[in-house]
Design a protein around this ligand. Structure first.
Ligand SMILES: *[C@@H]1O[C@H](CO)[C@@H](O)[C@H](O)[C@H]1NC(C)=O
Ligand SMILES: *[C@@H]1O[C@H](CO)[C@@H](O)[C@H](O)[C@H]1NC(C)=O
Ligand SMILES: *[C@@H]1O[C@H](CO)[C@@H](O)[C@H](O)[C@H]1NC(C)=O
Ligand SMILES: *[C@@H]1O[C@H](CO)[C@@H](O)[C@H](O)[C@H]1NC(C)=O
Ligand SMILES: *[C@@H]1O[C@H](CO)[C@@H](O)[C@H](O)[C@H]1NC(C)=O
Ligand SMILES: *[C@@H]1O[C@H](CO)[C@@H](O)[C@H](O)[C@H]1NC(C)=O
Ligand SMILES: *[C@@H]1O[C@H](CO)[C@@H](O)[C@H](O)[C@H]1NC(C)=O
Length: 788
């Protein structure tokens, strides 16, 4: 008998625990202390209860039970978490459901007062509903969306989806999806200072009424259905790329300002993007805050103008602070800071007719409200004076420059900060690292002009250097945090992994100053070049290399994918570049044709310009030579071996190079004369390389014993200069690589020779910068071949 009762009790308690009747009855409560006490939907897909993102901060929330990260779809009071002890949700006798904190304070409550309110349940749709005795719904969470719309939930005129302020958070941010007063569904930035609609795109050339939109239907209602179709009363609709029944989806206003449909893969429990509104992260307004600049690129980044500092480095939408107080006054107290290829959208003071640059500048100087002006070279010259700097963006093919009005006294800082980009909370479009293989699924709705440029034009700058501020001691620790953020591709490897990948360092493919390079294959079948660093002193140099290269991403620079640092083993893992290095394609029988050579010359220049200018002359390669120029399958050059690159403080004076780096023949005279080493040593090396590309032979800048006191390079330069000066018509033909058989563009070749000669000037101040070289070369890139 006793046993029977015991068994019955056990049975009952089992029932209670495992199926815990998924309702919250009037008069009962859910407590944060009892985490088994949850309300689950009948089909087991959603759970409602207390959810914690941080220690001791809980939200009463609904989340997907079966997704790996337990994605939250609704929270009761998103901006007010409650304590981890003593907080509870109570279905009070008077019919109200309230959330109380440990001190009994009501943090949230439903607007119900009905005395016939009976119980609350979580439906299979993810809707938490309160029902009365007749079973009618008297309150539902679907009426109070946060950042997510679930299938069958409607978005109406009084509701909006508001993004979270950051990843891994539910607190509200500034991005919204809602209907505007002309009945059109918009995405907008609604910050503390300004509001701005960024979708439908306000860009010129884009029509709001495309895609069948209308403002005539004032019902302002949209619904997202189980099939994956979103249909809005403004006539606008879209569907998930995997449209069909049986897939769990959500439409989320993401913290980066993009609206996305996510689909859940049941077998992996991961989300993938099956639709998104904005193709380019930088088209989201306000993403980098006031004064901030969103930099277009393979990976969008936020940055501050030089001298400006982040308001809150963990939340870039807070923007950048200028290092001066905004004042009005005598116009001679201001000067302008040039931000090439940069624009700040909106806030134009006036729309002046095309005027000259000087007139535009004066207009801004005279107007106290003017914070900057944008001048576009296209046409006669458009002038946009700006009263506020929001929605900053920079992209490679933007043909305008922004000039920031700053006090004359403001110093342009040593190392901050235009391209000291902090890792922006911007999900890289197409492959957000947190979700599985979305690439194929992303459906582009708007492809703005810039999108095409991606990956073709100079990819953009990557953060470099925040750690410079922290000094060497903090270096390792901060990098530990840093590298994880950078990209999912960049990671630490164990020594065992690399032994396996390289088959115990079997195939050596090169050997440079800093170590031997081996070919390998990673587990995911990616081909890699693993460089084993020989003599690495304690940490410093290794980390310098790791941090420099790991963050640099440019199509003309060899990409670093990871590193290994285990005891004495210091290795770095690079992408494997298919073709041979430039020396093998220049000084042997399998030589490059002219078109390829010119393209290689531009590519190297772009890569070096990126290192020198985009990063404010921080990175100097110091060993530019054909051996360090690798060619990919399409003969696109990639500069390798940054092992010698050293971060030098900008300005040159302070650069300390304790040992000579570089290779004889390509080394600038500064090395011999013990002068400060600047980026101009790379310009010199580049000059030698292009002259060799024209001539097709090595031009050693080394005085050979016994010969007259002049190197082959100098002799070549001197004689070429003389020919040019004499105005000899056929000078170019006399020096060209005869193997080309006359098939080359004379104009391009002459330009390259001219550049090469300027680059190897003894006086480094006379050498051009890599940036100006890129400009010159691009201008004659489209020369018709072989036709002169
Ligand atoms: C759970 O609650 C529902 C609705 O009130 C009720 O019909 C059902 O009998 C309850 N189940 C259990 C196991 O208590
Ligand atoms: C509670 O709010 C909902 C949605 O806003 C509304 O439809 C309902 O009428 C409100 N109920 C009461 C009792 O105010
Ligand atoms: C969806 O929008 C397109 C225009 O983009 C329109 O042609 C189509 O009829 C709409 N479909 C529905 C079901 O409303
Ligand atoms: C979308 O809404 C329109 C009316 O606005 C309706 O005619 C159409 O059938 C809806 N399409 C879908 C797929 O629900
Ligand atoms: C307005 O949109 C709603 C919802 O899509 C639809 O039911 C209604 O028929 C539309 N009205 C007109 C006049 O098109
Ligand atoms: C779910 O993920 C698995 C493993 O990655 C994949 O094989 C499968 O095709 C995915 N299913 C869907 C519906 O995408
Ligand atoms: C502005 O300052 C300069 C020098 O400080 C002075 O020469 C000039 O007169 C001032 N102009 C005005 C309008 O105050």
């Amino acid at each position: 008998m006793v046993t029977k009762t015991f068994l019955l009790l056990l049975f009952c308690s089992l029932i209670r625990c495992s199926t815990s009747n998924d309702t919250l009855r009037r008069g009962s409560s859910l407590s944060v202390d009892d985490d088994s006490h949850l309300i689950t939907s009948p089909d087991n897909s959603f759970t409602c209860g207390f959810y914690s993102f941080q220690t001791n901060a809980y939200w009463f929330a609904i989340w997907f039970k079966n997704s790996k990260d337990r994605t939250v779809v609704w929270t009761a009071n998103r901006n007010r978490p409650v304590n981890g002890r003593g907080s509870k949700v109570t279905f009070r006798k008077n019919g109200v459901m309230v959330l109380t904190d440990v001190d009994g304070m009501v943090v949230w409550e439903t607007n119900t007062t009905s005395t016939d309110a009976n119980y609350a349940v979580l439906l299979n749709t993810g809707n938490l509903v309160m029902k009365n005795q007749k079973g009618q719904i008297i309150w539902q969470s679907f009426d109070y969306p946060t950042d997510t719309l679930l299938p069958s939930q409607t978005l109406t005129k009084s509701k909006s989806l508001i993004s979270a302020s950051r990843k891994e958070s539910v607190e509200s941010g500034y991005f919204r999806l809602n209907y505007n007063n002309i009945n059109v569904l918009t995405l907008n930035y609604d910050g503390p200072e300004v509001s701005s609609v960024y979708w439908p795109s306000p860009n010129p050339g884009f029509n709001v009424w495309d895609f069948g939109r209308t403002s005539s239907n004032s019902s302002k209602v949209a619904v997202f259905n189980d099939f994956g179709v979103f249909n809005s009363s403004d006539g606008w609709n879209f569907s998930a790329s995997d449209a069909g029944f049986g897939i769990r989806r959500r439409l989320t206003m993401d913290y980066d300002g993009n609206l996305r449909i996510y689909s859940l893969n049941d077998s992996t429990a991961l989300w993938s993007i099956s639709w998104q509104a904005i193709a380019q992260p930088c088209d989201v307004h306000g993403i980098c805050g006031r004064n901030g600049i969103c930099i277009h690129g393979e990976k969008a980044q936020c940055s501050c103008p030089p001298g400006f500092e982040w308001n809150d480095p963990t939340d870039l939408t807070q923007g950048c602070n200028p290092p001066f107080k905004k004042t009005c006054g005598n116009s001679s107290r201001f000067r302008f800071l040039e931000l090439p290829k940069t624009d700040y959208y909106g806030f134009d003071l006036n729309r002046s007719p095309p005027i000259s640059f000087e007139a535009c500048r004066d207009l801004c100087l005279r107007d106290c409200r003017c914070e900057a002006f944008n001048y576009r070279i296209t046409g006669e010259g458009s002038c946009y004076a700006k009263s506020a700097l929001f929605n900053g963006l920079r992209y490679p093919n933007f043909r305008g420059t922004t000039y920031l009005k700053v006090p004359t006294s403001m110093e342009t800082p040593e190392f901050s900060s235009i391209f000291t980009c902090t890792d922006a909370p911007v999900v890289m479009i197409g492959s957000p690292s947190m979700y599985e293989s979305p690439d194929k699924k992303v459906k582009w709705i708007y492809l703005y002009s810039i999108a095409i440029a991606i990956g073709v034009v100079e990819a953009l700058l990557i953060l470099l250097g925040w750690w410079v501020f922290f000094g060497n001691n903090a270096l390792v620790a901060s990098l530990e945090d840093g590298y994880r953020m950078i990209s999912s591709q960049f990671r630490g490897f164990t020594y065992q992994e690399l032994i396996k990948a390289t088959n115990n360092f079997k195939v050596e493919i090169g050997r440079g100053g800093s170590g031997a390079v081996y070919k390998g294959v990673l587990e995911d079948q990616r081909m890699v070049a693993v460089k084993r660093l020989g003599d690495v002193s304690e940490g410093g140099e290794f980390w310098a290399e790791v941090s420099t290269i790991g963050k640099i991403n440019h199509m003309n620079l060899v990409r670093m994918w990871g590193f290994c640092s285990q005891k004495q083993h210091k290795l770095v893992v690079y992408e494997y570049v298919q073709n041979l290095s430039l020396d093998k394609r220049l000084f042997s029988s399998s030589f490059l044709q002219w078109e390829q050579r010119f393209n290689v010359a531009i590519g190297i220049a772009k890569g070096l310009a990126y290192l020198h200018h985009e990063c404010l002359e921080w990175v100097i390669h110091c060993d530019v030579k054909p051996e360090n120029i690798l060619l990919d399958a399409a003969f696109e050059p990639k500069i390798a071996d940054f092992g010698l690159a050293k971060l030098s403080e900008r300005g040159g004076q302070n650069s300390k190079f304790t040992k000579i780096r570089g290779t004889k023949g390509y080394m600038a005279p500064e090395w011999a004369h013990n002068l400060p080493i600047t980026a101009k040593v790379d310009v010199y090396g580049y000059g030698v390389v292009v002259l060799e590309m024209v001539k097709g032979i090595r031009l050693p800048n080394v005085i050979v014993q016994g010969e007259e006191e002049e190197s082959a390079l100098m002799r070549f330069v001197r004689s070429t200069k003389r020919k040019i000066l004499k105005g000899k018509e056929l000078w170019i033909e006399e020096i060209m690589d005869p193997r080309l058989g006359g098939l080359y563009s004379r104009k391009q070749a002459a330009k390259l020779v001219e550049i090469g000669i300027a680059c190897v000037e003894e006086d480094r101040n006379k050498r051009p910068t890599m940036g100006s070289i890129v400009q010159v070369l691009i201008n004659c890139e489209s020369e018709l071949f072989y036709k002169e």
